[in-house]
Design a protein around this ligand. Structure first.
Ligand code: SAM
Length: 249
């Protein structure tokens, strides 16, 4: 197993950065999703240029398919969960050598962030990318059979420290089966976090999934680098990386 900060005793990061908003510069093609801070997702929403294509909420309906989510058929598809300011999506789009034959579904619950990132993707005519505002857990519950992912990226999900907020966590024992079912055989579920306890809990839960093989890569092996990841690296904070591979059979 690769080296991981989880192998080293250290204190959990207590003072986590909380910036979730999209850059005010969302109108600026070059820096829309850069690592600069902005105060709120409301401000991000105001920054969406006039005439930008309308952001859609996840469609209503009994089942959400590739078709209803405007994802091309017949190619591998990745899922970006809670992209926040969208650095992970921007990086994915820019890594065409790796992602060229793929599609990406990106889902963010905050409207302001989703709207600005959607505008950014539309301005680049990134037709292989579908950006939706909504709750990824609802999406997974109402997923059609054809909607399965080769890679699911969960970068720095909210820690939700208080016990009464635990049910808001994206990755927990009650939700993990939905993520696992949405992963195609041979696929990967990838978590990055700066919260050691969350990573440890995830490793324990993921290890019990059928056909799961858990590793802790030292570096992010995917073309999806999030804003929080960039910030944590700059600040010298530990990043706990957990990759869960689903057996191909
Ligand atoms: C701490 S931020 C990290 C943002 C980004 N992934 C990064 O690493 O920079 C967590 C993000 O997940 C989003 N989020 C939380 N719960 C969600 C859910 N159920 N569905 C979609 N997005 C969610 C939040 O709105 C927030 O933007």
């Amino acid at each position: 197993m690769a080296h991981s900060p989880l192998d080293e005793p250290r204190e959990a990061a207590a003072d986590l950065p909380t910036q979730d908003a999209v850059s005010q510069a969302a109108t600026d093609a070059g820096s829309a999703l850069g690592p600069s801070d902005t105060p709120s997702s409301k401000r991000a929403r105001r920054s969406v240029p006039n005439g930008a294509p309308q952001l859609e909420a996840l469609p209503q309906g009994p089942r959400w398919s590739r078709d209803t989510l405007r994802l091309p058929a017949g190619c591998p598809c990745d899922l970006d969960v809670g992209f926040g300011r969208g650095g992970s999506l921007r990086h994915w789009v820019e890594q065409r050598a790796e992602t060229g034959d793929r599609a990406l579904l990106a889902v963010e619950i905050k409207h302001g962030c989703a709207a600005a990132v959607h505008a950014w993707a539309a301005a680049r005519q990134a037709t292989h990318v579908s950006v939706f505002q909504g709750d990824v857990l609802t999406l997974l519950r109402h997923r059609a059979d054809d909607l399965r992912f080769e890679r699911i990226f969960v970068h720095f999900p909210d820690p939700w420290w208080k016990a009464r907020h635990a049910k808001r966590q994206v990755l927990r024992d009650a939700t993990l089966p939905s993520f696992w079912a949405a992963l195609q055989p041979g696929g990967h579920l990838y978590l990055q976090t700066d919260v050691e306890d969350r990573a440890r809990t995830f490793i324990a839960l993921a290890g019990a999934l059928p056909g799961a093989s858990v590793s802790q890569p030292e570096h992010n092996p995917y073309p999806s680098v999030s804003n929080r990841e960039v910030r944590a690296t700059q600040d010298g904070l530990p990043i706990y990386r957990v990759d869960v591979a689903k057996s191909a059979a």
